[in-house]
Design a protein around this ligand. Structure first.
Ligand SMILES: C[S@@+](CC[C@H](N)C(=O)[O-])C[C@H]1O[C@@H](n2cnc3c(N)ncnc32)[C@H](O)[C@@H]1O
Length: 247
């Protein structure tokens, strides 16, 4: 592991460019970092996008794997890098020697993404871990998906948040993406209530469609959504935009 990253993981502390020490927080887990690296090593993206830099832990995992690709570029967006994170994420990337492959935008994702999209930029890998409100995650996913061709990968963090899960539900029912990998443990618990519901759904399938919410008809567990972080592969460049079903 890159020495800067391994020191952060070991000590759970970060140091600002002026020498102030802070406790590490908000970072992805080691398992999630390994997921990012596994995907980059396997699919070999050249142009990568990340939303949410913070202290730079996920960026360090991404860059460590991405630097192996010739021509690799990593675009990062975070409006609060200076104000909230004391520029420590960028400091870590510089210390690790990754500055040559980084393009950083200190602004909210929806403004930067709209600009990158209108410039015709393309990516083949994206990691979304910025603002976790439903609308923000949806916009991040929407732009990332449109700036990528079939074969591109989007990794969504914090899938246990109801807001992020809801975005996943929409994506997997309407857009040409499928889950290819994940980090974290799925929740194995299935209470007796779910078993009863399964029986009702089997006995009166048509009526069930009208009675139950989509989350009950097709639970998250069934579409692998109880992991902490999931990777979605874009399978096609076009799809039926007019199709809509409850999600
Ligand atoms: C959970 S932290 C990211 C942690 C990082 N991935 C890591 O592993 O260290 C979320 C980040 O999203 C950023 N953020 C919040 N609102 C944002 C927005 N509208 N656009 C882009 N980034 C945003 C925050 O400043 C914060 O750095």
């Amino acid at each position: 592991m890159n020495p800067v990253l391994s020191e952060i993981v070991r000590t759970k502390k970060v140091t600002s460019p002026s020498g102030e020490v802070f406790d590490l927080n908000s970072e992805i887990s080691l398992e999630e970092g390994q997921l990012l690296q596994r995907l980059i090593s396997k699919y070999k993206p050249q142009k990568s996008l990340e939303i949410g830099l913070a202290y730079g832990v996920s960026s360090l995992f991404i860059c460590e794997a991405l630097v192996m690709q010739p021509q690799a570029r990593h675009v990062i967006i975070d409006p609060y890098q200076t104000s909230d994170w004391k520029s420590i994420g960028l400091h870590h990337l510089r210390q690790s020697g990754y500055d040559h492959m980084i393009e950083f935008h200190e602004d909210v994702s929806w403004r930067v993404l709209a600009r990158l999209f209108s410039e015709g930029r393309k990516f083949d890998f994206a990691f979304i871990d910025g603002c976790h409100n439903y609308d923000a995650v949806f916009i991040d996913f929407w732009f990332a998906s449109r700036m990528m061709n079939a074969g591109g990968i989007i990794v969504l963090d914090d899938v246990k948040f109801p807001s992020v899960r809801k975005v996943c539900r929409y994506v997997l029912r309407h857009m040409p993406f499928r889950v290819i990998d994940a980090a974290g443990q799925p929740d194995p618990h299935r209470s007796w209530k779910w078993e009863c519901l399964d029986m009702v759904k089997a006995i009166i399938p048509n009526l069930s469609q009208q009675i139950f919410k989509p989350e009950i008809l097709r639970p998250d567990l069934e579409i692998s959504r109880y992991f902490s972080c999931i990777a979605l592969l874009k399978e096609a460049d076009t799809w039926d935009y007019e199709k809509f079903c409850d999600f």
